[in-house]
Design a protein around this ligand. Structure first.
Ligand SMILES: [Zn+2]
Length: 225
């Protein structure tokens, strides 16, 4: 299945320039692993960036910059190609595949990060914190909602980047399925509603705080979302 919703050009350009913060960078990387179209777009932006650099006046390199660049390239080449875009349930552990503590397989890109146990927010929503290696302030979470379940209606104080891993949902703006990427910001107030034919699992990077409405708001201080 080919994704229908992709990161914006602005997001892919920031990715190519290496200026994206760690949390959103990780979620975009998971999308890129499964989306040739966006990888090609990034390659185009990188080619433009390279040409601009060649045209620029040479400047002395900061101490350690080359080592840092090579380390980053090594880290980003370490994650094998992910498969996305199917509705088969996440399978239990196979070797070398990162998993949640209860054994659900995750995108290979998450292999170098720590995934916490599932916690509940209300009856329908489970979430788990992804501790991003080297970026303790990154706010990345897995979200898991059963078939026909709904997330609390919420707004945002910053940007929210979401990659659908399993299943699908609608939120009044559009329908999103496994492989799709969604960007929301302060202007978006939505209530994701999961499709009736299976659970939905997403990975999201949240900047700022979610503004949860209704009963979920009362739980917010306890979960730190
Ligand atoms: Zn894409």
């Amino acid at each position: 299945m080919t994704a229908r919703h992709h990161p914006s050009d602005e997001t892919l350009m920031a990715w190519a320039a290496g200026t994206f913060p760690a949390g959103p960078r990780l979620v975009v990387a998971i999308h890129l692993d499964g989306c040739r179209r966006c990888r090609d777009t990034v390659a185009g932006f990188e080619a433009i960036g390279g040409a601009l650099l060649e045209a620029a006046e040479p400047a002395p390199m900061a101490t350690g910059a080359f080592d840092a660049l090579m380390a980053r390239i090594d880290a980003e080449n370490a994650a094998p190609e992910a498969s996305t875009g199917n509705r088969t349930p996440i399978r239990p552990t196979v070797s070398n595949v990162p998993t949640t503590p209860d054994g659900l397989a995750l995108p290979p890109r998450l292999a170098h990060h720590t995934v916490g146990r599932w916690r509940s927010l209300g009856r329908a929503l489970s979430w788990s914190r992804v501790e991003v290696a080297g970026a303790p302030d990154a706010n990345v979470i897995l979200l898991r909602i059963p078939a026909a379940g709904a997330a609390p209606r919420h707004g945002h104080t910053g940007r929210e980047f979401t990659q659908v891993l399993v299943g699908g949902f609608t939120d009044g703006r559009d329908a999103y399925v496994a492989g799709d990427f969604d960007e929301a910001d302060e202007t978006v107030d939505h209530r994701p509603l999961v499709d009736v034919d299976g659970e939905c699992i997403c990975v999201a990077a949240v900047e700022g705080r979610l503004r949860i409405h209704g009963i979920g708001r009362l739980l917010q201080p306890f979960v730190g979302l």
